[in-house]
Design a protein around this ligand. Structure first.
Ligand SMILES: [Zn+2]
Length: 314
């Protein structure tokens, strides 16, 4: 038995065939080209599934379901993508359109929810029934799993931890509120914080690192800090405190067994994870009473979306 996992992004649609053990057999990406309309995107995606089947020598009859991760709000009970601004979708009947090509169960969900499920079933969250997946990228995405099940909320518009306010009257967020967690803890925010520190500190090693790599990225502050730069270290320390603040808020509400941290920033490994764990151990409300909430790096990387989407229909 195989399952097709589709990870739709603003630039590309990644599609893969996944075995029931969570092994990615074959995958490929095509441009999103959302301006051509959702029918065209879904037709091209369906054709690619058939091509991948041929390539992997798998009969299409062995594809037992299609899971679709959507960069926005997706109602898994109706199969309708309520809103996905990046790809111009609004009340888009995703499952219905896919069913024109494949007569199998088709389930959609938000992309971070899919990644959470992928990590829980086949990644670093394996064995945990209660976890929260956080992705630190352009924004802060999250997926919550309680008792082994995704918690999507009424109409599946919940689990948007990135829009939890951690600073009243703080920075203006894309969502319209001020002070959202993602305005402080995303890679985008870290780049902004790094640039501000550079402007205030013309002799910091941040400048040399920025020049070496041609631009300021989410890595710049981490690299300069590892090179002994105090300014960079204070940027990193503050940034990690922002991430930790949101994690501890969530831990105090949900008390999961673990947080799985994904997204580009998670590649910093121990430089990120060790202090995060320390913050958690020292500040979680029930620390001392119960085993600590673990903070763990995601392991599925770029494939989490595909594998997680496939896991929706397993
Ligand atoms: Zn927001």
């Amino acid at each position: 038995m195989y399952f097709a996992g589709i990870d739709i992004g603003g630039m590309s649609i990644k599609i893969g065939l996944v075995s029931s053990e969570g092994k990615l057999i074959v995958s490929r990406a095509i441009p999103t080209n959302h301006d051509l309309g959702y029918e065209d995107m879904i037709r091209r995606s369906s054709e690619l599934i058939s091509e991948l089947c041929k390539e992997a020598n798998i009969s299409t009859s062995k594809i037992k379901g299609i899971g679709v991760g959507i960069p926005g709000t997706a109602d898994s009970s109706t199969g309708i993508a309520t809103s996905a601004v990046n790809i111009g979708w609004k009340n888009t009947p995703v499952s219905e359109e896919f069913s024109k090509y494949f007569d199998v169960p088709i389930i959609i969900s938000n992309d971070a929810n899919c990644a959470a499920l992928g990590e829980q079933k086949f990644g670093s969250g394996a064995g945990y029934q209660n976890l929260i997946f956080i992705t630190l990228g352009t924004g802060v995405g999250s997926g919550i799993i309680i008792d082994g099940k995704l918690v999507e909320g009424v109409s599946c518009a919940g689990a948007e931890s990135g829009h939890m306010v951690i600073q009243v009257d703080g920075e203006l967020c894309n969502c319209g509120r001020c002070g959202c967690w993602e305005c402080y803890a995303s890679a985008t925010a870290l780049i902004k914080q790094t640039k501000a520190a550079m402007q205030a500190n013309p002799y910091s090693k941040l400048h040399a690192v920025g020049r070496k790599y041609g631009k300021v990225t989410g890595r710049t502050a981490f690299l300069a800090a590892q090179d002994g730069d105090d300014v960079a270290q204070s940027v990193v320390d503050k940034y990690i405190k922002y991430i930790a603040t949101g994690l501890i808020n969530l831990a105090n509400i949900i008390h999961p067994e673990a947080f799985i941290i994904g997204g580009g920033i998670s590649h910093e490994g121990d430089y990120l994870m060790k202090p995060l764990q320390q913050f958690m151990d020292n500040n979680f409300f029930a620390s001392g009473m119960y085993p600590t909430v673990k903070t763990i790096c995601a392991t599925l990387g770029n494939n989490a979306g595909i594998i997680g989407a496939a896991a929706l229909v397993m």
